[in-house]
Write a protein that binds this ligand. Structure first.
Ligand SMILES: [Zn+2]
Length: 270
């Protein structure tokens, strides 16, 4: 009987997922979860291959259509800046992405990963805007504004995680920070993960050891594997992790949805 579930999740629909990650997973009999933004170049250009991997048992998760993020990021323009999104705008995008994913893989139940692990949309207030304009976003004053949102006067920011329960079984959020490694029921729409971008074999092993002792569900988040993204887990390090997972009989490697179902059952609301 295994006592740790591990989910391998991959963001942004990259060529290296199809070319490197999928064959390496399949060599060991594993299935991954691919959180795809539907406008990704590889997704549009290699559509039938994404459909094929879904048929083979890999999971396609919703990662929006346009991958909205804060306007300070270099690839963001007015149309996909989170500051310009309303809850309704996001709801329309998430629903449409779900419908298109259903047309691709025929699956009714879907999972989600927040682009950039950021659940906040809408215009920030005066304090945050001033801090951003003056480059003081990473200072102690900014820390206070983020800790006590009422200080950000005239803020129209909202957390869009409230939209998720009607659309998704579960959703992946950001890192663990200093919190416990146990995933609980109230994490269901912001399941913490370990960001594996840039981690070497020894660090991946360290995470495995820690979760083997203290955790119940270890979710890895990857972007590029070997190449194709500024965030990359190198090919040999990724292979090392897969070998360790495959050698350890106390670990089950499951797609994100299947793992969440194992943890919370079909009717997890009860
Ligand atoms: Zn992403």
């Amino acid at each position: 009987m295994s006592n740790l579930i591990v989910s391998m999740t991959f963001d942004d629909a990259l060529d290296s997922h199809l070319d490197i990650a999928v064959p390496m997973l399949e060599e060991r009999g594993f299935h991954g979860t691919f959180f795809v933004n539907l406008n990704a170049q590889s997704f549009v250009g290699r559509f039938s291959e994404w459909q094929t991997i879904a048929k083979k048992g890999h999971e396609l998760g919703n990662h929006t259509i346009f991958h909205p993020a804060i306007s300070a990021k270099s690839y963001i323009s007015e149309g996909n800046a989170l500051e310009n999104y309303s809850l309704d705008r996001m709801l329309i995008e998430l629903k449409t992405a779900n419908q298109l994913l259903f047309a691709i893989d025929g699956r009714q139940e879907r999972t989600f990963a927040y682009p950039c692990s950021n659940p906040i949309l809408g215009q920030p207030g005066m304090a945050k805007r001033l801090l951003r304009q003056s480059g003081l976003e990473r200072t102690r004053i900014a820390g206070w504004v983020y800790k006590f949102p009422f200080l950000d006067v005239f803020s129209r920011e909202k957390n869009y995680s409230c939209l998720l329960p009607e659309l998704f079984y579960t959703a992946r959020g950001g890192g663990f920070g200093n919190r416990s490694k146990i995933i609980e029921k109230n994490d269901r729409y912001f399941v913490p993960c370990v960001c594996a971008d840039g981690l070497k074999a020894a660090q991946l092993q360290e995470n495995l050891n820690r979760f083997r002792k203290e955790g119940n569900w270890l979710v890895f988040m990857f972007h590029g594997i070997g190449s194709g993204h500024h965030l990359v887990c190198e090919h040999p390090d990724f292979g090392y992790l897969l070998d360790k997972l495959s050698d350890d009989r106390g670990i089950s490697v499951l797609p994100f949805l299947q793992a969440a179902r194992m943890l919370w059952g079909k009717n997890a609301d009860a």
